[in-house]
Design a protein around this ligand. Structure first.
Ligand code: IMP
Ligand code: MG
Length: 175
């Protein structure tokens, strides 16, 4: 069977959901500036689209974390490959992620960020696979809860491919 991608959430569905999230975040952060932290690389498409839908002042920073090992699951050992440029002290921080799977990456990352004394710290994820959770993570904003399937597109990759797909899909025809 040849490798192909089946649509799970269409471009229009994702756009609608991102708009809703942007509206909700704008309400919740009324009168404040929200400091978005993008977890590279997967979170970048979502963060850009989300930022455009937020009507309160926005600042942004980027960080890259990797769990050792590759393939389709994380090992639980997380390293910071690129740290933030700016301190978090006194900021209303919103971490923007592509997907929460086992929760290992985010539970580790949130602990680190908490130690930098932001005024507030919340988490927004485009996708959540709650059935896969090993480490509990408090998620404040979720785009879609999805079943335990390996998804690509909208920033998410399979072996670095498919990040540029404008929808969320499931890869078929791979082991
Ligand atoms: P966690 O530490 O297990 O929650 O893994 C989080 C990271 O694993 C995500 O930020 C993604 O980079 C990657 N990941 C988990 N599930 C998927 C998926 O279905 N497609 C693509 N990447 C995934
Ligand atoms: Mg990620």
């Amino acid at each position: 069977m040849a490798e192909s991608v089946e649509v799970m959430h269409s471009e229009a569905e994702v756009a609608k959901r991102v708009e809703e999230l942007g509206r909700q975040i704008s309400e919740d952060y009324a009168g404040k500036q929200v400091h978005l932290i993008c977890v590279l690389k997967g979170g970048v498409f979502f963060m850009c689209e989300l930022a455009k839908r937020i009507s309160v002042p926005v600042s942004m920073d980027f960080m890259s974390v990797g769990s050792y090992g590759n393939g389709t699951s994380s090992s639980g050992v997380v390293k910071i490959a690129k740290d933030l440029d700016e301190p978090l002290e006194g900021k209303d921080v919103l971490v923007v992620e592509d997907i929460i799977d086992s929760g290992r990456t985010l539970s580790y990352l949130l602990e680190i960020l908490k130690g930098r004394h932001p005024k507030s710290l919340k988490l927004c994820t485009l996708l959540d696979k709650p059935d896969r959770r090993i480490k509990p993570v408090k998620v404040d904003y979720t785009g879609f809860e999805i079943p335990d399937e390996f998804v690509v597109g909208y920033g998410l990759d399979y072996a670095q491919k498919y990040r540029n797909l404008p929808f969320i899909g499931v890869v078929k025809g791979v082991e």
